[in-house]
Design a protein around this ligand. Structure first.
Ligand code: FPP
Ligand code: MG
Length: 336
């Protein structure tokens, strides 16, 4: 029942999003922009950020319509960042489709990301609240900074759980936080409500990044729409890897280190994703990451406990709960 309510929200947002994109498509005489807009309209996504944005407005007694242009702006920012991320990560599949760089080449994909970012600014301006424009703009910088720090960490042997958390907060949670904070502000929430919703977004965003890292190794391309094991192949210091390096046997640790090692020649080591998955299971790293993300989801739910009861609040609680359920299903299928 609750899952259906969430699906209705996804459909609602997709309708509104499509209206804006269709409008742009009609005005558009530029081939690349046309392709970029068609791509994001047709390939979908979970739409979590925009949905938690307008639900936050409703949860403080405001209207979702007031938050809609900002919600769309944040979804566009997220999509722009994924286009650029697919270049950086050399990712050829996104949302079960060829990624933008795979279709258009890297140089055009940089421009596509920029075009989406430009459109997001136009949408953001429609909220007519400079404080909201400012906080969402900061989230763009934080996201980019998170990506940069992550990239730098790939070259360091000693990534720590703390450095991972910093990256996750910037790279992923920044847009979650901006969504809920902006939504609460646009909904006319008071300071405490805005604070609580921002903290909900922060904990949910970090939890979500941890879940995404688990999915990278436990998911199936057919379901996640992404290649399996891309993080490890790219030398990413995910929470799983950081934990495994501290909790596995010498040979296994050396195997992970060899894969992560930046100076290896391409093709010098055979990356066996099943073996990596077994190491992560046996070292308790997947379990550890699952528990940590579950704890963060509980924190997120507690952050909004004091909000007055409403359907929007229940949906926000459900979205957090559902993320845990979803990841648990993937993991139980993968490790059986
Ligand atoms: C996906 O993470 C990537 C992000 C959440 C942010 C990427 C940010 C940039 C490329 C900087 C540019 C920023 C803007 C706003 C244009 P992931 O690689 O962990 O997830 P994935 O498995 O879905 O690729
Ligand atoms: Mg990526």
């Amino acid at each position: 029942m609750k899952a259906m309510l969430f699906q209705e929200e996804v459909q609602y947002f997709n309708r509104k999003f499509s209206e804006v994109i269709e409008q742009k498509l009609q005005e558009c005489h530029n081939e690349i922009l046309y392709d970029a807009l068609s791509y994001i309209k047709d390939t979908g996504g979970k739409r979590l950020r925009p949905i938690i944005c307008y639900l936050s407005a409703e949860a403080v007694g405001g209207s979702r319509e007031k938050a809609l242009s900002t919600a769309i702006a944040i979804e566009l920012i997220h999509n722009a960042s994924l286009v650029h991320d697919d270049i950086i990560d050399d990712n050829h599949i996104r949302r079960k489709n060829p990624s933008n760089p795979a279709i258009y080449g890297e140089k055009t994909a940089v421009i596509i990301g920029d075009l989406l970012l430009g459109l997001s600014c136009e949408m953001l301006a429609r909220c007519e609240m400079p404080e909201v424009v400012s906080l969402v703009s900061n989230a763009i910088s934080d996201t980019a900074m998170g990506e940069y720090l992550e990239f730098k960490l790939r070259n360091l042997q000693e990534a720590t759980e703390q450095s991972y958390m910093e990256v996750a907060e910037l790279k992923t949670a920044a847009t979650f936080m901006a969504s809920t904070e902006a939504g609460a502000m646009l909904g006319g929430g008071n300071e405490v409500e805005i604070d609580n919703l921002r903290n909900y977004g922060k904990s949910l965003g970090i939890a979500y990044q941890i879940q995404d890292d688990i999915l990278d190794i436990c998911g199936e391309t057919a379901e996640t729409g992404k290649p399996v094991g891309l993080d490890i192949k790219n030398g990413e210091r995910t929470l799983l890897v950081i934990h495994a390096l501290n909790h596995s046997e010498y040979t296994e640790k050396e195997y992970i280190k060899a894969i992560l090692s930046r100076d290896r020649e391409p093709g010098s080591i055979d990356i066996d994703i099943d073996r990596v998955r077994r190491i992560l299971v046996n070292s308790g790293s997947i379990d550890y990451a699952l528990r940590l993300s579950e704890g963060l989801v509980r924190t997120a739910i507690n952050c909004i406990a004091e909000l007055e009861d409403s359907e929007a609040k229940q949906k926000l609680q459900f979205i957090a709960d559902f993320s845990v359920e979803r990841i648990n299903n993937y993991v139980s299928n993968a490790v059986i």
